[in-house]
Design a protein around this ligand. Structure first.
Ligand SMILES: *[C@@H]1O[C@H](CO)[C@@H](O)[C@H](O)[C@H]1NC(C)=O
Ligand SMILES: *[C@@H]1O[C@H](CO)[C@@H](O)[C@H](O)[C@H]1NC(C)=O
Ligand SMILES: *[C@@H]1O[C@H](CO)[C@@H](O)[C@H](O)[C@H]1NC(C)=O
Ligand SMILES: *[C@@H]1O[C@H](CO)[C@@H](O)[C@H](O)[C@H]1NC(C)=O
Ligand SMILES: CC(=O)N[C@H]1CO[C@H](CO)[C@@H](O)[C@@H]1O
Length: 650
């Protein structure tokens, strides 16, 4: 044991007073004898993470503990605490910030439910986030035979982008495969020699490409998730365990899932089918198989090779038959030989509208915007209310009365009965309402709340701490709780699996939200009807746009301020934004003092900021990786980047 030089991480020198040294020595002796007799403690005797967490929870909940005011801010005051070193910085755990003096930094760790991140990261600026959830891959196959018009390719890329975005929002890693993957499959040459017709060959290539990727989910790029986040089918696919090679009933060959070995065994078996021994002779029979339910691969196999999952309802597949049957306007354009591109774009709009409709059906009670201490925070809520209004607006669509293919009994959105938007003075837990909140830096919030243009120590000392988190969590946590307890609950709301699919937390200092479409999985409407009735963006357009919902009514008992006061708020908000990103030493000291005075508010802000920072980085890295494949943002043409299709002129 290297105890001669360090005890509990503290250096021990020989100049130590003799009595302490003796004491220490006998303690070491005791340890040696103890371990000699009983051995080192087994891991099973040590408290598990769960035990430790339960313990910590009680600690935090205990109302008799000193309030935050009394707790020193220095982490690890206990000299025997084990973590004397900062945990190593994880790769890609930082993103630059244009709104604050420090970068956005985080540590992904199971201990994220700790009230204060700095007690784990030993770094004031680094927030502890829950471990990043692994995204199971979902594959699609996209291949263009021969030359294709650029406009068609771009329109198809926009559809694939929509496919990627919808699956990304549901927690998957969407991967677009091509013939290049299929060519690396050991059976590729064999399939080439068969001289199959193009439809059969395409389906074979799709399977070969999938077979190269060690199993998983294979979906057509017109098969999109349209259900709430915890839909059993989607939850099952997210678990990444597919013991039996299966397809989904009613989706034809739209979706398959299975493990590596099963996929490749199926490929082998299909190739060995007697019909393929002489393709020329059996041409008609093979084509016939392709028309049967499930597609040619399924029908080259025997009935029980691929299980049919009949309970799945979370995926909408826009197959040619479905489009022809249910969405005639779009089908006509797709079939016309000069309107094909327009048809593809209308299909993209239709799919986008169904995704938004699904969102609105999931959150039947509408959208809530949390506005704590509402008297002086109107300017703080602009972004949240903007998003809430667009979310509840009826989706732009070529066929507004249509339903998604997987939910024929939906209630189409109607402009005189749009989902509700309401303000709440405090967060309330609900699974049928989507919540949008804005988390201000305490400096920002204090300026606005106390209608001041600057802050100083004397002023702060007369005011209570952590006013924002207290107000924001009152309805949810209850009155008698410490700020530390509130922070934990707040973190749960932001980042727990239930929480993050039900709510979005913006930071007040960030003015634009670039990845919002990837959070929801669809584009928010960017255009609204100028009148109170639905209309069309132009004479030629087949699209219908709807009026924009009104902003929410003011909170009860809070009068809406006059325009000039709101103008003051806007100016103050700008002052605060400037202050907290200031490089000026004196300004930074003031901001730091405000942070120290409001530890819980600061922690909530850091957490929300790191949470969205990590989300952004995760997606940007993914986009970079996928940049050269079909469906990447940059391949979707001018209408694709930023995903604002509605703005495209036709
Ligand atoms: C395949 O069938 C055709 C027509 O039935 C026949 O002429 C040809 O010889 C067959 N080829 C093989 C390799 O058996
Ligand atoms: C489109 O249809 C017109 C007649 O309807 C025909 O003359 C033209 O060749 C077609 N174009 C293509 C690319 O098929
Ligand atoms: C919030 O509500 C959901 C279900 O509606 C529930 O599972 C969850 O535990 C609740 N969260 C809290 C912190 O009460
Ligand atoms: C909401 O829609 C309006 C137009 O109605 C648009 O100007 C604004 O940028 C949209 N906001 C978001 C966040 O999509
Ligand atoms: C975008 C980015 O920063 N990516 C980096 C993530 O981390 C890996 C490993 O450290 C780097 O190789 C990437 O460049």
């Amino acid at each position: 044991m290297p105890v001669q030089h360090t005890i509990f991480g503290r250096p021990v020198t020989l100049q130590m007073p003799p009595r302490r040294f003796q004491l220490l020595f006998s303690f070491i002796l005791f340890l040696i004898v103890y371990f000699a007799l009983y051995g080192p403690p087994a891991t099973s005797d040590l408290p598990s993470y769960q035990d430790a967490y339960e313990g910590a929870k009680d600690f935090v909940k205990d109302p008799h503990l000193p309030s935050l005011q009394d707790v020193p801010t220095v982490p690890n005051i206990n000299p025997f605490a084990p973590s004397a070193h900062k945990p190593p910085v994880q790769p890609n755990s930082t993103t630059s910030s244009s709104t604050y003096r420090g970068a956005v930094e985080w540590l992904s760790d199971f201990k994220w439910r700790n009230p204060f991140s700095s007690s784990i990261t030993l770094d004031e600026n680094r927030a502890v986030l829950p471990p990043l959830k692994e995204r199971p891959p979902i594959y699609t196959f996209y291949d263009v035979k021969g030359k294709q018009d650029k406009a068609v390719s771009e329109a198809e890329n926009r559809l694939i982008l929509a496919w990627r975005r919808a699956w990304w929002a549901q927690g998957f890693k969407p991967v677009v495969l091509s013939r290049l993957e299929a060519m690396k499959h050991p059976q590729y040459q064999q399939v080439q020699r068969l001289k199959l017709d193009s439809a059969t060959e395409m389906e074979m290539m799709r399977w070969l490409a999938w077979g190269r990727m060690s199993g998983g989910v294979l979906a057509n790029w017109l098969a999109l998730p349209m259900a709430q986040y915890d839909n059993p089918m989607l939850a099952f696919l997210r678990r990444k365990e597919y013991p039996i090679l299966s397809r989904v009933d009613t989706l034809g060959h739209g979706v398959f899932f299975g493990e590596d070995a099963a996929v490749n065994a199926a490929i082998k078996k299909a190739i060995d089918n007697p019909l393929l021994k002489n393709v020329t002779a059996n041409k008609d029979k093979i084509e016939e198989l392709g028309k049967k339910d499930g597609g040619v691969m399924v029908n080259l196999l025997s009935g029980d090779d691929i299980k049919v999952d009949s309970k799945a309802n979370g995926i909408a597949y826009y197959s040619t038959t479905t489009i022809a049957k249910n969405y005639e306007t779009v089908a006509k354009k797709l079939d016309g030989n000069t309107t094909h591109v327009e048809g593809l774009d209308l299909l993209a709009e239709l799919i986008n509208s169904h995704l938004q409709l699904t969102f609105q059906a999931t959150f039947a009670d509408g959208v809530a915007v949390v506005k704590p201490l509402a008297e002086h925070t109107t300017a703080l809520m602009y972004e949240a209310i903007d998003i809430a209004r667009n979310l509840t607006q009826c989706p732009t669509s070529p066929i507004p009365k249509s339903c998604p293919p997987n939910n024929a009994k939906c209630t189409p959105c109607s402009h005189d009965k749009t989902p509700k938007i309401q303000l709440l003075s405090s967060f309330q837990n609900s699974s049928t309402r989507y919540t949008i909140g804005t988390v201000p830096h305490p400096y920002t919030f204090n300026l606005l709340h106390y209608t001041r243009d600057s802050l100083d120590a004397d002023f702060l000392r007369q005011k209570s701490r952590d006013v924002w988190i207290e107000a924001a969590t009152n309805d949810f946590v209850g009155k008698d709780h410490s700020s530390a307890d509130r922070v934990i609950h707040f973190k749960e709301v932001v980042a727990s699996p239930v929480g993050f699919s039900n709510s979005l937390w913006l930071t007040a200092e960030r003015e634009s939200q670039h990845d919002i479409n990837w959070v929801f999985g669809f584009n928010l409407p960017q255009k609204a009807s100028y009148t109170n009735e639905p209309s069309s963006p132009s004479d030629k357009s087949e699209l219908i746009i709807f009026p924009r919902p009104e902003p929410p009514a003011p909170l009860e008992g809070v009068s809406s301020p006059e325009a000039k006061w709101i103008k003051n708020e806007e100016e103050r908000l700008q002052k605060a934004r400037d202050a907290i990103k200031s490089k000026d030493r004196r300004m930074q000291e003031v901001v730091e003092m405000v942070e120290k005075w409001n530890l819980a508010d600061t922690e909530a802000w850091r957490f929300a900021r790191a949470w969205s920072g990590r989300r952004r980085v995760e997606r940007e890295m993914w986009e970079k990786e996928e940049g050269s494949y079909a469906g990447a943002e940059k391949k979707a043409g001018p209408g694709g980047a930023g995903g604002r299709w509605s703005d495209r002129r036709r």
